[in-house]
Structure formats: C-alpha cells, structure tokens
Design a protein around this ligand. Structure first.
Ligand SMILES: *Cc1c(COP(=O)(O)O)cnc(C)c1O
Length: 365
C-alpha cells in the first residue's frame, strides 16, 4: 500500500467541478483583486467563527505581521511566542521590526505554557502570540491571566485551528486579533497562498485593511509603510466553496483521531487533548522515545510521516541572534526529539486508517 502523509489530489478532486466553475466565473467577471468574492468570503468566514471582522490577506505569515502591526507592534517592542512552533510564526513577528522572545510549551500538549510565558515577559513585552498548534486551542484565558492588566495584546496564530474552540469560544475570537493561513494543506486550504486576519475591534480591522494594501489610509503621504498582501478573487472564490465543506471535513478528522486514540492505548503516546475545547486535528501527533524506529517501520510499509517540528526555533541557525530565549525550553526540546505526525486528513479511507494503526502497533507494541 502506498499511503502518503497527505494526498492533496483527493482534496482537489472532492470539489473540482464546483471550483473549476467558480474560477471560470471569476475570470469572466474581470475582477481579480479585492472584488465581490473577497468581500463575501471575509463575511462568511467571520460568520463561521463568530468573529467581528475578517480581512483577507496573501498568506498566514503576512497575517501575523499585519495583525501585529495593526495593533501597533513594531520596533522596540518584544513579542513572545513558543519555541516549538514553525518558522513562519517567528518570521511574521520579526517582519514587524519587534524582537522575538521564546517561551516553553506544555510537555503533554505542545501548547504554550502560561507559567513559562510569565517568566519571559519583560517591561518591553507588547504582544504574545500563542499558537493553536496541531488544531487545538491554547488556554488563552490562562494566558490573559498571566498578562494581567499590562499593555500586552494577544494575537492567536490560528493557521492550524480552523473551527477549533476553547470553553465555547472559537479560535480567532479570543485574542485582540488572530492570524489565519489557507495554505493548501491547512484544514481550510486555497489552491495557492492565502490568509486572513480576524478581530473584534473595528479600528484594528480598518488598520489591517490599509496595511495590506500599501498602508493606504486614504490620506497622502501615508504616515507609515504598508505591504502588498491582498487575498485574490480566485482564491476567495475557491475558499467560499471549501468553507461550506469545512464542518464535515472537521468531523471526519475528529472521527479518525478518535479511532487512533483508542487503538494506540498502551502504544505510542498521542499528545493530550483538553476536554474544555474542540480539537480539529490539523495534525495527529504522537510521542515515542524511539521515533526513528516507528518512522522507519511505517516507511517500510509505504506510509508517510512527518515531524512538526524537528527543532525548536532557538536551534535554527537562521534565527541566531534574532530570538531571545530567556527561560528554560526543555519541554519544547523534548517534544521536538520525540514527536511524529501520522497521516490524518478527511479524504483518508477507513482501510488506510487501519493500515496506519497496524503499522504503528507493530513498530511500538
Ligand atoms: C502554515 C503556518 C503558518 C504560515 O502560513 P503561510 O500561509 O504558509 O504563510 C504560520 N503558523 C503556523 C502555525 C502554520 O501552521
């Protein structure tokens, strides 16, 4: 059996007729940038989350930068995120001109550890970026409690958490703003790059709308520089179609995860699921102290696995001198050394799920 980590062709095939028709219609409309599909998608996405405003942008990385800048974050400020996230979280932060500071993750879940965050906050901290990693929401209320009444904003990195919730609140509605990616492999994926910002604050939304397009605040000269990061009409047209399928896809992800969790009892250790929230399983991550053996056994059966992510950010040469790591990061180090992401996507067939289980159990009985 050949079982790739993710078969994007199946994702494409599922809505191909509708998507092709929407693309043709958009081409015929002659409106390719910031037209009716972008406006409609922004509204439909905000409604799906219960967010006040959604602003389409070019990517998730851009969304992090623009969200932070819309909240006034820039040179001289410190922004704290967790050491075990992926490089784009950090890239988005650094592009604002702020300095990046790393705190640790909670070992059991991989989510931001509020206690570690407390140790990373200084007088210059102006923002915290918790990452709803793997599809599970960080404990934003606990993070807010650590921040207290200091002037520190919270920007959720929601790139892996479409339709996730925590304590009844949707991902993307708990912080001062949130950043979304619609990269093709995400739970809601475009057919190219795309992203969005959500916020409940109309003033922040207005700033994001300006910054995504050359900082066009309708006055000239502009008081600050902007970027060019617009969501285009073709991607928005595709996203509108796929957004309708997202609840079903999410349910299927959760069903596969439930099957895995039952089957792996006593074998590899899935990361903890917090029952206060709704995990949407962008990734299904397990721990093993013999990760390479498990990966090799699966590979020998044609089953693809990945590691998200192999190195904590302070270990990446590209970021040396650019990130500060003032606190102990041993939980992130431990996770990065032991985690494996197993195949899990809505179009996976039951027989494939069972094949993954059989392989994992034989590698790690
Ligand atoms: C994918 C991802 C990003 C970056 O999104 P792009 O659209 O690829 O720029 C940022 N943060 C996290 C956690 C991601 O998974």
């Amino acid at each position: 059996m050949k079982l790739p980590f993710l078969d994007l062709l199946r994702v494409t095939a599922e809505s191909q007729t509708e998507v092709a028709a929407a693309i043709e219609k958009t081409l015929d409309s002659g409106q390719l940038i910031l037209g009716p599909n972008v406006v409609a998608f922004e509204q439909e996405f905000a409604e799906a989350l219960g967010a006040g405003h959604a602003i389409g942008v070019g990517s998730g990385t851009d969304a992090i930068e623009i969200a932070l800048r819309s909240l006034g974050i820039g040179y001289g400020d410190e922004v704290v995120t967790q050491a075990n996230t992926c490089p784009p979280t950090l890239a988005g932060i650094l592009r604002t001109g702020a300095s990046a500071v790393l705190c640790d993750a909670t070992s059991s879940s991989g989510l931001m550890d509020p206690e570690s965050l407390a140790g990373a906050i200084t007088a210059r901290t102006r923002a915290v970026v918790p990452v709803h990693l793997y599809g599970q929401c960080a404990d934003v209320p606990a993070i807010r409690a650590v921040v207290g009444d200091r002037e520190i904003v919270v920007v959720e990195d929601c790139a892996q958490a479409h339709l996730a919730t925590f304590d009844g609140s949707a991902a993307g509605t708990m912080g001062d703003a949130a950043a979304w990616s619609f990269y093709p492999t995400k739970n809601l994926g475009a057919v190219g790059d795309a992203g969005a910002i959500t916020t409940g604050d109309p003033a922040v939304a207005e700033r994001a709308v300006a910054i995504r397009q050359y900082a066009d605040f309708g006055r000239w000269p502009a008081g600050e520089t902007g970027v060019n990061s617009r969501l285009d009409e073709l991607q928005a047209a595709v996203l509108r179609i796929r957004l309708q399928r997202l609840p079903d896809w999410t349910q299927r992800r959760r069903a596969i995860a439930a099957r895995y969790r039952t089957a792996f009892q006593g074998s590899v250790q899935p990361l903890a699921v917090d029952n206060r929230g709704r995990h949407v399983f962008h990734l299904f991550v397990v721990r093993s102290d013999d990760r390479d053996a498990v990966r090799e056994e699966l590979a020998s059966r044609g089953i693809g696995t990945l590691v998200h992510y192999p190195l904590p950010l302070h270990r990446l040469a590209a970021f040396h001198g650019l990130v500060h790591a003032p606190v102990d990061l041993s939980a992130s180090e431990g996770l990065c050394a032991e985690i494996i992401s197993l195949p899990l996507y809505p179009q996976m067939r039951d027989a494939e799920v069972e094949a993954v289980i059989t392989a994992v159990l034989s590698a790690s009985p």
